[in-house]
Design a protein around this ligand. Structure first.
Ligand SMILES: Cc1cc2nc3c(=O)[nH]c(=O)nc-3n(C[C@H](O)[C@H](O)[C@H](O)COP(=O)(O)OP(=O)(O)OC[C@H]3O[C@@H](n4cnc5c(N)ncnc54)[C@H](O)[C@@H]3O)c2cc1C
Length: 432
C-alpha cells in the first residue's frame, strides 16, 4: 500500500527541562531523581498507570537486589524508598525477609534469593505519590510517536494524547519506553532481538490467582509443571503466575502485538486448567489477567559502550559505574526450540557503566532500562526491575548534572554523577 504524507500544526502540551518517556521502573526513578534536583520534569506514559511491566503486565516479584549469591545488598537508592513505601501500605515484603527456595520464588533457588513480593495496585499508588511529591508532572494515556530533530538533537516530540496529536518541548529527554521507541526515531542506530539475528526473548501474559493453599504448595516444595512458576504475593494464598510464552513478538508492530496478545489470552486459560491439577492450587481462582502483554526484549541501542557477556561473567568494574547488580543472564527460549534458562557464568557482582546509557547519534537523549547498549545475552541479566530502577535514577541525575553544567549528556563529569548517586543512597561502588 502507498504511504501517506501528512503535515499538521500541533499545540504544545508544555515546555520542560527534562522529559522522561515511558513510566516503567526506569522512567519513574529517572523522573523522581530529576525533579528532586529542582528540574522541571515531565513523565509521559501510554497506559493509564505508572510501573510498566511491574504493574500493567503484572510481572513480579522484584527480582533480587542482592549479589548473585544472595548475600550482599547491591541496589538501594530510590528502589529502597519504593519498597519501603509499598511495605508501609502492606503491599510488599522486604527482600531482606524472603529467601529461596520458597513460595516467594516458586521454589527456584539460583539467583532468586532476596526477591521482593509486591502487589501491583499498591505499587501504582506508591509510584503516583512519589512522582507527585517530587514535583513530576505526569501525563498518562499519552504515547510518544515521533521526534523533530535539529543538528543531532531532539527539538520537540510528537505525542498521541487523548486530545489528539500534541507536541512537547524539553532540553533533555530520557527514553524509558523499554523498546527504545524514542532512540529509534531520533537518529540512534538500534537492533532487534539478538545481535546475531536471533529472535528476541518471548513474551508472556501474566495472571494472578487467590485461594491457593500455601502450606500444601510449601509441602510439595517444587514449582508447578514447566514452564509455570507461581510467586506468592504479600497476602497469603495469592500468587502471580508466569507461564507459557509467545515467540517472535515484535513490540514495535501492531499486527505482531495483536496476534501475540490474542494467542497469549488463550494460553492463560490452558495454563489455569493445568494449575487446577497442581497440589495447593486445586481451588484457586483467577483474580486478574494482565491488561498488557509482558515483553522481555525488543530493540537495543547502539551506545557509547556495549556491555558484554564477558563483563558480567568477570564482574568488570568501570570508572563510570552507575549500577551494581547480581542477577544471572536469564534468557528464555527464543523460539521454543533453543533451550532457555540461565546462560554463562555470572560474577558475584557486576556493573553497568554510564556510557551504556548514552546513545550514539543524538546528543540530548539518554536511554535507561532494558534497551541500553549491551549484548542481548548480557541484557538478560540486568533487564529485571531493580536494575532498571537503578539505571533510571542514574539517568535522571545525569540529566540534572548536564543541565547544571550546560554540557551534553555524553560529556558530564561521571565522578560527580557517582558522588551524587552515592549521596542519594544508590550503590555505585564495588569490591569483588
Ligand atoms: C513476562 C515477564 C516476566 C518478568 N519477570 C520479572 C520478574 O519476576 N522480576 C523482575 O524484576 N523483572 C521481571 N521481568 C523484567 C521486567 O519486568 C522488565 O524488564 C522491566 O520492567 C523493564 O523496565 P523498563 O522501565 O525498562 O521498561 P517497562 O517496564 O517495559 O516500562 C516501559 C514503560 O514505557 C511505556 N511506553 C512504551 N512505549 C511508549 C511510548 N511510545 N510512549 C509512552 N510510553 C511508552 C510502557 O507502557 C511502560 O509503562 C519480566 C518481564 C516480563 C516481560
Amino acid at each position: 500500500m502507498d504511504k501517506l504524507t501528512y503535515s499538521s500544526t500541533l499545540p504544545y502540551l508544555g515546555e520542560y527541562d527534562i522529559c522522561v518517556i515511558g513510566g516503567g521502573p526506569a522512567g519513574v526513578c529517572a523522573a523522581i531523581e530529576a525533579a528532586r534536583e529542582g528540574k522541571k520534569t515531565v513523565i509521559v506514559e501510554t497506559t493509564g498507570m505508572l510501573g510498566g511491566m511491574a504493574t500493567a503486565a503484572l510481572v513480579g516479584p522484584f527480582m533480587t537486589c542482592y549479589d548473585s549469591k544472595g548475600e550482599e545488598r547491591v541496589v538501594r537508592g530510590i528502589f529502597d524508598e519504593i519498597v519501603d513505601r509499598t511495605i508501609e501500605i502492606n503491599g510488599a515484603i522486604s527482600p531482606d525477609e524472603t529467601d529461596a527456595p520458597s513460595v516467594y520464588t516458586s521454589f527456584l533457588k539460583k539467583y532468586h534469593r532476596r526477591v521482593t513480593p509486591f502487589d501491583s495496585y499498591a505499587l501504582q499508588l506508591v509510584l503516583d505519590r512519589m512522582c507527585i511529591e517530587a514535583g513530576v508532572e505526569i501525563f498518562l494515556y499519552t504515547k510518544y510517536v515521533d521526534s523533530v530533530l535539529e543538528d543531532g538533537k531532539i527539538k520537540s516530540i510528537v505525542l498521541a494524547a487523548p486530545e489528539g496529536l500534541v507536541a512537547l518541548k524539553a532540553e533533555l529527554f530520557i527514553d524509558c519506553t523499554g523498546n527504545a521507541d524514542v532512540a529509534a526515531k531520533s537518529g540512534v542506530e538500534t537492533w532487534w532481538g539478538s545481535e546475531d539475528g536471533m529472535l528476541p526473548q518471548p513474551g508472556t501474559l501474566f495472571f494472578e490467582v487467590d485461594d491457593a493453599d500455601d502450606e500444601a504448595f510449601e509441602g510439595r516444595g517444587k514449582r508447578p509443571t514447566q514452564p509455570t512458576k507461581c510467586y506468592r504475593k504479600p497476602i497469603p494464598g495469592t500468587y502471580k503466575v508466569n507461564h507459557y510464552r509467545v515467540y517472535g513478538v515484535n513490540a514495535n508492530s501492531a499486527r505482531s502485538m495483536t496476534d501475540a496478545h490474542i494467542e497469549a489470552r488463550e494460553q492463560v486459560l490452558d495454563s489455569y486448567k493445568d494449575l487446577l491439577e497442581t497440589e495447593g492450587f486445586e481451588h484457586c481462582k483467577i483474580t486478574q489477567v494482565a491488561p498488557v502483554l509482558g515483553i522481555r526484549e525488543s530493540r537495543h541501542i547502539v551506545g557509547k559502550y556495549r556491555l558484554t557477556v564477558n563483563d558480567i561473567s568477570e564482574g568488570v568494574f568501570f570508572d563510570d559505574t552507575v549500577v551494581v547488580f547480581g542477577y544471572g543472564m536469564d534468557v528464555h527460549s527464543r523460539d521454543g526450540q533453543i533451550s532457555g534458562g540461565f546462560h554463562g557464568k555470572t560474577a558475584r557482582k557486576y556493573t553497568i557503566p554510564y556510557r551504556s546509557l548514552v546513545p550514539e547519534g543524538c546528543s540530548n537523549l539518554l536511554v535507561a532500562g532494558r534497551p541500553i547498549s549491551a549484548e542481548s545475552q548480557a541484557a538478560g541479566a540486568f533487564r529485571v526491575i531493580p536494575a532498571c530502577m537503578a539505571m533510571g535514577q542514574a539517568a535522571g541525575q545525569a540529566c540534572a548534572i548536564a543541565l547544571g553544567a550546560g554540557c551534553e549528556v555524553g560529556n558530564i563529569d561521571t565522578d560527580l554523577l557517582r558522588d551524587r548517586l552515592r549521596a542519594h543512597g544508590a550503590i555505585v561502588d564495588y569490591e569483588k
